[in-house]
Design a protein around this ligand. Sequence first.
Ligand SMILES: N[C@@H](CCC(=O)N[C@@H](CS)C(=O)NCC(=O)O)C(=O)O
Length: 213
Amino acid sequence: MSDDKLTLYYAPQSRASTTRVLLDELGAPYDLHVLNMRAGELKSPEFLAINPLSRVPALRHGETIVTESIAIALHVADLFPQAGLTPGLGDPRRGAYLRWMVFYGSSFEPAVVDKAFDREPTPQSPYGTYEQVMDLLAEQLGKAPYILGDEISVADIQWGSALRWTLMFKIVPDLPVFTEYAERITSRPSFQRVFEDEARLVAEHEAAAGSGR
Ligand SMILES: N[C@@H](CCC(=O)N[C@@H](CS)C(=O)NCC(=O)O)C(=O)O
């Protein structure tokens, strides 16, 4: 019989935090494999066998490894549709859902990373301009409380979390439409529980890294 167990490879205060919140929101049973990024555990041979890029999150689902936050989110969203957060095939929001999920990884992240390092996009960059990306997102979030309309979905867990950290790093404009949305999503108990636990984990990891363990 195949083993369908889910294991999340995770480090606190990283992109894997969003995945942890998402699994909790979906009511998914999973094992949390905590890695100490500060102590170099992402570079261990065991973890490099899971993700050769030494990046979290990574997910093991039975025999299958899934890396990349968005791929993991789409995968687990389809595994747990009963949580009511997944616009499934046949849902009229499915196209917009896929668009905004993939836009996050393929346009928004490159745009904000270029912004963080003061790099101007070229015509070959995978997005238009930084301003176009921000305008498009602000326009979409200005239409309704959630990115796909009046109902929350998996896409909001991703975007609420993303806007929280990009606002913190000041790489997105401090617009009310962004700050209010980030607050609406990340004030949910699922986020608050993970943030609280992460404060404890980070303190433990710093102590362990400092003591050379
Ligand atoms: N494109 C990847 C990016 C993952 C990524 O960069 N994760 C960071 C944490 S936020 C990481 O693991 N960094 C490893 C390090 O800093 O050593 C995804 O979306 O999953």
